[in-house]
Design a protein around this ligand. Structure first.
Ligand SMILES: [Zn+2]
Length: 902
């Protein structure tokens, strides 16, 4: 699944369908082989009936079979064994989401057939079999990961209980349906105005991958390597699916080559739906999507939007192998699905679209994981999870991005070609079956003959991340005294020893919160990792070595005035240099480090500053030394930190000094790239331009930039195609921040007339930037009204909470309207709201948040709440410890910026 829900404010939404129930694993009473399923949805009344036959093997003799079911009404149940049919009584356990079928006469061990007739509702909570709507009509569709297959059909709903699925649907005349198999027959009836579509039987797969969608979908069709590919959606979206189809073909070809196993299913449908909770879902052969991540206007769309479409497609398609063909045995190893799909999606993107600088994006993604993993309230990649709540909470940045970062590190360590061989061996060994973490790393260790099976457990089973400390010094050995010449012999020639560099490498757990672990604490609290550290000395001769002890020293030839300890920036660790080392490194940063290495260095400096391990001035000095680097990803690496400084550290007269410095530092860059996109602009320049508009306009409050943005926003509202789509989001946000109620009305009316999802969310995402408290409340009120889709409600509320300037109004509103919010949001997206409170930075608000969400429990958000509280604490400490340093640094740098500020 891809949980990157691109909607209002392009938030990362990491939550999924949740359940209040305390469900448990099934007792092993029966193992399913085959499901025959017929669904009859009633779109008008939002209900459905189901007819199901499950072929099972009974593990032992007995009278009962236990399977999963939730929010389903059983009409009848019958168990047949050797031609003898028995009616079963059904006992439901709502808490466990289980149904027990009991027959009067004991069944023997061996094959049996279960037949169930049932009914259910097409819910509006975007899980199970649910209702999706447009202005014109209703649709029915499924979303079954993690534990919601049981809401669509009674099932043995665990990933290891793979079976074959034979699916049929009774649809209205004129409608079609999309499922895992291709349509093998289409016959009239049963009943007036109906037809029955039967799909080909699936390969063996897990229940959570079953898919069915019913409606008047239209498709763009293509083919790659003999596999038919379609990109489908509601009829109005068809013109916007052309680009995704082209990408899908390209990606399939790449994967067929890479994996050495051809795409394992008979066709690939990719369907965008008007209502969808996650970003997208990798159902076998039938990937379902949120519209905005699939449908883009080829002629005028932002680089970010096209790249997101590509990235999510590559992610979901990678799952067809990682997840669908080979599935984790249990949810504790969900990283085997998500980490792999995340890692893999970067490969076609980097190979086939170098213009997007995917390798630099990966460094940013690694940083995102390191930021989360530096919390005390992080969790190990592999994490025990039994209940649906616990399972759903695992779909987070650790499972996705940390896992992917660790895989990138291991891939670089064993070399990409060897890693690929290992990956292929793993897939072959476990195809149509299930695997664990050990299965993976043992296979890679065997393929590479390297201790991957010792390295990986330290990163997968332990929480947190290492901080690699680097101290280096040049050692010039004194010339040895000439040995005394023995009688009768010539004196030996004195060999002058060569100078060398001694590098002391240490490791400890890095925490953004000074806590119970750290230097000098017990080993249990401060674990050790086996870290492949790649060191680049001044002579550029990089080398990699596994470090496993608390402190080790290596020596390299020559006198190196600096060493950089994350060569190619593929390591999953933070680095910290001693003062002298960092000073010399900063001088070499532009000439000798690659952009990826610069980004990684900046990220580490930001992290150390937030953790109070370094002064903010040191970090800002590094930013200054990079101010001629116009690579988008490099500017992006520190832009968020500059924004946060503006939001949290600056008050009173210091604000003017800070803004003046921002303007003096970034105006020359904007002057260089210009406002108007040129025909020769690279994608990188387009992204940089948008970022500079935001940096100068919001953080620097540059009047010229603000004025220009207001003008462009008005132009956009008249005709969205009159402005480069890449600039739209930032221009609209900046204009909104400086806009009044009249402009707000123009935004609202534009949302009703724009033609693509991208335009809709560009305008909608900017609504939360208006600062007038009345407008803030209007946005929040709309979030719980009919005008906002359930899939978007939580992210809209969250974007107001994340906006520093609107926090007091937004938080008061959320508390006062919680019952409406709870009713409107899908069960899982509540954690998005809890997560957004991590942007608060006051002790009393922190306590209030904690009390409020303790009293109003949000499913799948227990860890999120703890993390939010920890981040608020971090912010409070950051402000207290660095405000003074910042003032001093600004004073020192005010001369240069004062002139430019005017
Ligand atoms: Zn995924």
């Amino acid at each position: 699944m891809n949980t990157f829900a691109r909607s209002f404010g392009a938030l990362l939404v990491f939550a999924l369908a949740a359940a209040v129930a305390d469900a448990q694993r099934l007792p092993v009473t029966a193992v399913p082989d085959r499901y025959d399923l017929t669904f009859t949805p009633d779109l008008k009344n939002a209900t459905f009936t189901g007819s199901e036959t499950i072929g099972v093997r009974l593990a032992q003799p007995g009278r009962s079979i236990v399977l999963n079911a939730a929010e389903i009404t059983f009409t009848s149940a019958r168990v047949t064994q050797e031609d003898r049919a028995q009616e079963a009584t059904v006992t439901l356990d709502g808490g466990k989401e289980q149904a027990t079928l009991t027959v009067p006469t004991p069944l023997a061990a061996g094959p049996a057939t279960i037949r169930i007739e049932y009914s259910g509702i097409l819910n509006d909570k975007l899980r199970g079999f649910y209702l999706s709507r447009t202005r014109l009509r209703n649709y029915a569709t499924t979303q079954l990961e993690s534990t919601d297959a049981r809401r669509a059909f009674p099932s043995f709903d665990e990933p290891a209980l793979k079976a074959v699925f034979d699916i049929s649907v009774v649809a209205d005349k004129g409608d079609t349906a999309i499922s895992n198999g291709r349509i093998v027959s289409d016959t009239p009836g049963p009943g007036e105005g109906k037809h029955t579509l039967k799909f080909s039987a699936t390969k063996k797969m897990s229940t959570y991958l079953v898919a069915l969608a019913v409606g008047d979908f239209q498709c763009n069709e293509g083919e790659e390597g003999g596999i038919p590919i379609r990109v489908c959606g509601t009829p109005d979206k068809k013109p916007l699916g052309v680009l995704a189809l082209r990408y899908a073909k390209e990606i399939l070809k790449y994967y067929n080559d890479y994996y050495g196993i051809k795409y394992p299913f008979e066709k690939l449908d990719i369907l965008g739906l008007p209502d969808f909770e996650a970003g997208a879902m990798e159902n076998t052969g039938a990937i379902f999507y949120r519209e905005t991540l699939l449908f883009v206007d080829e002629k005028n769309s932002a680089v970010d939007s096209r790249e997101a479409v590509y990235d999510v497609l590559a992610h979901e398609m990678a799952h067809q192998w990682f997840g669908d063909l080979v599935t984790m045995k249990w949810w504790d190893n969900i990283w085997l699905n998500e980490g792999f799909a995340t890692w893999m999606s970067g490969k076609p993107l980097q190979a086939l679209h170098p213009e997007w600088n995917g390798a630099l994006g990966a460094v940013g993604a690694t940083n995102g994981a390191l930021v989360s993993d530096a919390l005390l309230n992080t969790h190990p990649i592999r994490m025990k999870a039994e209940t649906p709540d616990e399972i759903n909470e695992l779909f987070d940045t650790i499972s996705y991005e940390k896992s992917a970062a660790v895989l990138r590190m291991i891939e670089a360590y064993v070399t990409p070609e060897v890693f690929r061989r290992g990956v292929n061996a793993y897939l072959r060994k476990f195809e149509y079956s299930n695997a664990t973490a050990e299965d993976f790393w043992n296979t890679i260790a065997a393929a590479s003959m390297r201790p991957v099976n010792q390295i990986m457990p330290t990163f997968v089973n332990q929480p947190g991340e290492p901080l690699v400390g680097i101290k280096s010094r040049c050692v010039e050995p004194p010339a040895a005294p000439a040995p005394k010449a023995r009688k009768g012999r010539k004196p030996r020639r004195v060999i002058k020893a060569e100078p060398r560099t001694e590098i002391t490498v240490s490791q400890q757990r890095f925490l953004v919160t000074p806590g119970p672990v750290g230097p000098g604490k017990t080993a249990a609290a401060d674990p050790l990792w086996l870290i492949p550290v790649c060191i680049k000395p001044e002579d550029g001769k990089s080398f990699c070595q596994i470090f496993s002890r608390r402190e080790e020293t290596v020596r390299v030839a020559g006198c190196s005035s600096w060493v950089y300890a994350n060569s190619n920036a593929v390591g999953y660790y933070r680095t910290k240099y001693d003062d002298a080392g960092l000073r010399s490194l900063s001088q070499a940063v532009m000439e000798r480090l690659t952009p990826a290495e610069r980004i990684s260095l900046v990220n580490d400096q930001v992290a150390l500053t937030k953790a109070g391990q370094q002064s903010i001035g040191t970090m800002l000095d590094l930013v200054v030394s990079l101010n001629h680097d116009t690579e988008f990803a490099v500017v992006d690496s520190y832009a968020t930190a500059l924004d946060q400084i503006g939001d949290y550290l600056i008050a009173g007269e210091r604000r003017a000094a800070y803004q003046a410095w921002i303007r003096s530092n970034f105006r020359p860059m904007l002057a260089k790239v210009g406002w108007e996109p040129g025909p020769g602009d690279t994608d990188d320049i387009r992204q940089l331009r948008a970022m500079l508009v935001s940096l100068l306009g919001k953080v620097g409050e540059d009047p010229e930039v603000i004025g220009h943005a207001l003008e462009l926003a008005r132009r956009y509202l008249k005709d969205p195609n009159a402005l480069d789509a890449g600039l739209a989001g930032d221009v609209l946000s900046l204009a909104a921040r400086n806009g009044d109620a009249a402009l707000f009305e123009q935004y609202v009316s534009a949302m009703g007339s724009v033609s693509s999802p991208e335009q809709f969310y560009a305008v909608g995402g900017a609504l939360s930037r208006f600062r007038d408290p009345k407008l803030v409340e209007r946005v929040l009120e709309s979030s719980v009204s009919e005008t906002v889709r359930n899939q978007d409600a939580a992210s809209l509320i969250a974007s107001e909470l994340r906006n520093r300037e609107n926090q007091p109004v937004a938080w008061a509103w959320v508390k006062a309207h919680w019952p409406e919010v709870e009713k409107k949001i899908t069960m899982s997206s509540g954690s998005t709201i809890v997560n957004a409170t991590n942007r608060f930075c006051e002790a009393d608000v922190r306590d209030d948040v904690q009390q409020f969400f303790t009293a109003h429990h949000v499913p799948s958000a227990d860890r999120t709440l703890k993390q939010s509280v920890e981040r608020m604490n971090t912010c409070i400490r950051f402000r207290e410890s660095q405000q003074g340093n910042l003032a001093a640094w600004l004073k020192e740098h005010s001369g240069a910026s004062a002139a430019a500020a005017r």
